[in-house]
Design a protein around this ligand. Structure first.
Ligand code: CA
Length: 258
């Protein structure tokens, strides 16, 4: 009997330990699936862009509770808080750590927290040359402003070229850097045809080696595509080309990983 009791007690302890460990794993998994970094200097976000429902008024620890709401919402990619009005803003937008302020109509907030943790080296001060933009709402700088709303709302914050042959977008890092990967948030497949990326030390991109090439047209809207060379490459100028005749290049955001 004593032996059986020991076994039962041991079994019970084992089951309890298993449950606790499962609970811990579940909690950790939940946290790891969506953890946040504070976006430096974020004071405004584009008005109504990508918000998930209306802002919620929260009484209590605003950042913790708003973050918890974001963790439990599959659509939430970042959230912002406004301590003055106790409001929590959940958003679908993809926001990098370099985001500071959008150029369209904005709403004031205290802070934003992004799920995007990739090692993006681009700064808003990066020098850019590109095909002329379609209009003032799709300015060249918007491919590097750190913000992208992937649902076609009024404030995408995207660059769209004017119609032309082989529209391009070139970033000058000012010195050669070693690049592991380039990620691009695209808008529509038709604005992402035959994408070729060059990386090298010549400002004339055609003199640089190819970093990556993806022929054809993607099948889905609003997607982030990864471009990987067979091994990391070094260069000062990174150029993205859409090899297409009399058409567009549309870029929501470019991320360069080192
Ligand atoms: Ca953008």
């Amino acid at each position: 009997m004593i032996g059986r009791e020991k076994m039962q007690r041991g079994g019970s302890i084992f089951v309890t330990a298993l449950l606790v460990s499962c609970w811990a794993l579940t909690v950790r998994a939940l946290i790891e699936t969506k953890s946040f970094i504070k976006v430096p200097n974020a004071t405004k976000i584009p008005l109504d862009a990508c918000f998930i429902d209306s802002p919620t008024v929260i009484i209590g620890n605003l950042v913790a509770l708003c973050g918890s709401m974001c963790i439990n919402n599959d659509q939430c990619e970042f959230f912002c808080t406004d301590e003055t009005t106790n409001r929590c803003f959940l958003s679908r937008a993809v926001v990098s750590a370099r985001y500071t302020e959008a150029t369209t109509a904005t709403v004031a907030i205290d802070a934003c927290y992004s799920t995007l943790k990739i090692r993006d080296v681009i700064r808003q001060s990066a020098n850019v040359t590109a095909s002329p933009s379609y209009d003032s709402t799709t300015a060249v700088a918007k491919a590097l402003d750190g913000y992208y709303c992937p649902d076609g709302s009024t404030a995408w914050e995207v660059y769209l070229s004017s119609q032309g042959d082989n529209p391009y977008y070139q970033i000058d890092f000012l010195e050669p850097i070693r690049v592991i990967e380039t990620r691009i948030a695209f808008i529509y497949p038709g604005w992402a045809s035959n994408v070729q990326i060059f990386l090298g030390n010549y400002s004339v991109f055609s003199q640089n080696p190819t970093f990556a090439y993806r022929p054809g047209i993607p099948s889905t809207n609003y997607f982030i595509e990864s471009f990987l060379p067979s091994e990391p490459m070094v260069g000062r100028y990174l150029t993205v080309i859409a090899e297409v005749s009399s058409w567009f290049l549309g870029i929501g955001e470019i991320y360069v990983l080192v």
